[in-house]
Design a protein around this ligand. Sequence first.
Ligand SMILES: [Fe+2]
Length: 296
Amino acid sequence: MPTSIARRTTEDDITTEVLRRFEATADPRLREIMLALVRHLHDFVKAVNLTEDEWLAAIRFLSETGRLCDDKRQEFILLSDTLGVSMVVDLINHRELEGATESTVFGPFHREGAPEMPTGGNIAPRDADGVPTIITGRVLDLNAHPIGGAALDVWQVDSSGLYDSQYADSDQLHMRGVFHTDGDGRYTIRTVRPVYYAIPSDGPVGRMLRATNRHAWRPAHVHFVVSADGYEPVTTHIFDDADPYLDSDAVFAVKDSLICHFVRHDESDDASRQFALDPPFYTVEFDFVLKKVGLT
Ligand SMILES: [Fe+2]
């Protein structure tokens, strides 16, 4: 028998050999990502001396995370959000704002097909317990000129702290709508005051939070994707400045520039007449600023 060539069998040999196999990747960006992924993943496994039981637990954790994903639930986005990865991706991709509205996480609860709403349309028609709230403002360019015809895709939890997709009749859309600005760049949305809520904790992400002594609460917010022809869209939230979880958001998504004051109206006033609302209700104002496409 010929003498066999020594195989690569040490921990570091394997890393070297795996990196070598990816060396010929034609796409330079894919090559960069795969080489870095292997380096960091192997370093991580070696740094913690991962046991075989822990490796299997990780495989089961990720498998279950995948099994829980469908068109109404996205456990992988939740995992990315709770590990802070979503916010790191957000921050490195939006370094050059130049005065445009700051972005934040997309989250796992956006749904396609939200109804087109008129100015002042109510996205919370079935929420009898929530306190009516009017969100108004403008969509502007970097020079404070109004952008007419901008679209605002809006979604939030109801006053029970749940998204429509978390109910038994989850095919019913609620607490969602697509609004458009008028010629002055103005929009008006009727909803209920957002509440703080716990992210879904009945899956692997919830188990991770409990095992690591972390809470699942997100501060009260309303989600927006604001877009207009010729401008970079922004995926963001507005937050309630009275919320107790602003400093410990389970998904690390709070930015100071997105925190708003919700004004309470307990008596009839100009706002109640303007929006045809009986007190008590809240109003909140927020202007979105978009940057032209290609502006760096
Ligand atoms: Fe949310």
